[in-house]
Design a protein around this ligand. Structure first.
Ligand SMILES: [Zn+2]
Length: 256
């Protein structure tokens, strides 16, 4: 009993002295995390949908938030996109320095070696509760408040439908980037210019093939059919194999 007590005192003292991330993480860790959840501290916000975290072990990792895409702030060819800085500021404000809870879908990492994760600002009692997702799941908040578009990357699609629903709501309410998108479309009279603008924003720089969930065909991003796909049916595949594996058929016009 005495030994046990001493260990507690010792760890409290150490935490006090070091006041380190790992101590704080362990305080929050105890007990009730849903299975598969990992508590980490956000040490840097890179942009609206990418953060850097410190694990309990002290290891650091980059995390790309699943299912969302915020406008670029530092893309080599696209540069700063409208609303990118606002999205970064929103994420910084909410996450920088905080303890958050990471949840995996299917993939461990993307091809840039970033962890692919859902980021919870509070551990949910029921991770599938819509109410909890709306308030505690940061990926969902980005979409709901108009800082990000929903973006489906198979196989990490557990919440794709929900994110599309949030996107519809945000668009209807004209939140965030949707206020810009409406203004852009209103200002554009030429139909051909129109479709390039609208869909360039929908498809991220990491995309290579665009699927239509309705027709089950997939296209090269530049295919004339792409702008005609309803946003809610757009599925982005990182490569050809993913599209074929998901049961999509190559478009005969653009021959992807
Ligand atoms: Zn095509």
């Amino acid at each position: 009993m005495k030994i046990f007590y001493n260990i507690i005192v010792l760890s409290l003292v150490l935490c006090g002295i070091l006041s380190s991330a790992s101590c704080a993480i362990q305080e929050d860790y105890t007990g009730e995390l849903p299975e598969g959840f990992v508590a980490v501290r956000v040490i840097k916000v890179i942009d609206g949908d990418t953060i850097e975290v410190a694990m309990g072990s002290g290891a650091e990792a980059k995390v790309r938030l699943i299912g969302v895409d915020t406008p670029e702030t530092r893309h080599p060819s696209k540069g700063k996109e409208p609303f990118g800085p606002e999205a970064t500021a929103f994420t910084k404000d909410a996450l920088d320095g905080q303890i958050v809870y990471l949840e995996k879908d299917v993939s461990e990492t993307d091809r840039y070696d970033r962890l692919l994760r859902y980021v919870w600002t509070d551990a949910p009692l029921d991770k599938d509760s819509e109410e909890e997702m709306r308030t505690k799941l940061f990926n969902a908040r980005l979409v709901a408040e108009g800082y990000a578009q929903a973006l489906t990357y198979p196989p990490d699609v557990a919440r794709a439908e929900f994110f599309l629903q949030l996107q519809r709501e945000a668009r209807e309410s004209g939140f965030g980037l949707w206020a810009l998108a409406t203004a852009q479309v209103d200002a554009t009279t030429s139909a051909s210019r129109d479709k390039k603008v609208t869909h360039a924003a929908t498809i991220s720089d990491e995309s290579e093939y665009i699927g239509n969930a309705n027709s089950k065909k997939f296209h090269r991003p530049e295919c004339d059919s792409v702008p005609t796909i309803k946003d809610t049916n757009v599925i982005v595949f990182q490569n050809r194999e993913d599209a074929v594996e998901a049961g999509f058929i190559p478009c005969k016009a653009c021959n992807p």
